[in-house]
Design a protein around this ligand. Structure first.
Ligand code: FAD
Length: 287
């Protein structure tokens, strides 16, 4: 059975101390030979300078590709154009292209209201320079008109020039497989436009539930119930979380998932343990 490639996502830290710790985490996870690391971006430009700073720091630290996220909502084309030129000039060649969610209080969607507009803009301005990943939603984006409309939106992003998609996190493997098959049925070759499974390790119960509720990701009842039973027992939550996520990844691997993208939460564990126990480290080809 082919093992999938894997990658890790970081968010930009706020302090110098945080940057130092993130570099240590990067060094440890980088020893596992991931295909790339991605760095998130605060919509409306709220983390622009910090994202750029972390991207540059990590890019200069090792040869592993760094993929900055860029969101378009609320930003002018000129700002995004400059960001793309900057990344291109320092040798970045992957981008995760997103719409983002407007920060509270900010109004106006800007010149590029949807991710598909951003993908088109990137291709118009930088040709084939960047490998572009977009977001996909196995359980449907919360603002989508319908499941069908959401799948069509993903297809539109591929047709606008996106290479592959990373999914929102999910704990029900069937939702991922359904989306993959739905794409195939609509004529998308998922070996060309790969559906990378976004994997959220379970570290903390209340943060996970709050985050899942806000982004429309389902936490199955058996997981919610067990997390509630464990209360403040963080060791049991981590062990249970490891078991659940490991099992999810095993099912996806058996189904031929092309790549796993770990929402690392800037932590070494449980990401390292998952990657090692799944036996993913034996190759280091590009995702
Ligand atoms: P889109 O693909 O534009 O879709 C947004 C919604 O609009 C969907 O409901 C879609 O169906 C609908 N839609 C699309 N086109 C139209 C249209 N023409 N008319 C009406 N409706 C339409 N957020 C950040 O702020 N920073 C990050 O770094 C970040 N990283 C992420 C990484 C991943 C892998 C994922 C899955 C999400 C990430 N997000 C991030 C969250 C993301 O920005 C939000 O989920 C956002 O609400 C949607 O972004 P999108 O790129 O999917 O938008």
């Amino acid at each position: 059975m082919n093992k999938p490639n894997f990658s890790f996502e970081f968010f930009p830290t706020k302090t110098d101390d945080g940057v130092t710790k993130l570099c240590q985490t990067f060094d440890t996870l980088n020893e596992l030979s991931p295909a790339y690391f991605s760095v998130t971006y605060g919509a409306g430009g709220t983390t622009r300078q910090r994202t750029i700073g972390i991207v540059e720091t990590l890019h200069n630290r090792a040869n592993t590709p760094i993929a900055p996220h860029i969101s378009c909502i609320g930003d002018d084309k000129s700002v995004i154009g400059e960001l793309l030129e900057h990344y291109k000039s320092i040798g970045i060649n992957r981008i995760v292209a997103l719409r983002g969610d407007l920060p509270s209080g900010q109004v106006g969607m800007g010149e590029l209201p949807f991710a598909v507009d951003l993908v088109r803009f990137i291709r118009e301005h930088t040709g084939d320079h960047f490998h572009i990943e977009v977001a996909a939603y196995p359980e449907m984006h919360p603002q989508a008109r319908s499941f069908d409309a959401d799948i069509q939106n993903l297809i539109n992003k591929f047709q606008a020039g996106a290479n592959s998609a990373i999914t929102q996190f999910f704990y029900n493997a069937e939702s991922y497989l359904y989306l993959r098959d739905a794409l195939e049925k609509r004529g998308i070759d998922t070996t060309e436009h790969r559906l990378i499974a976004g994997i959220m390790p379970i570290i903390n119960s209340s943060n996970l539930i709050r985050f899942a509720d806000s982004c429309g990701a389902d936490i199955p009842r058996y997981i919610r119930k067990q997390l509630a039973d464990y209360g403040d027992d963080s060791k049991s939550i981590r062990e249970f979380g490891f078991e659940v996520v490991h099992r999810l990844c095993e099912i996806l691997i058996a189904e031929g998932v092309p790549a796993l993208h770990f929402y690392s939460m800037n932590r070494v564990e449980p990401n390292k343990r998952l990657v090692e126990s799944l036996g993913l480290t034996s190759h280091s080809t590009q995702a």
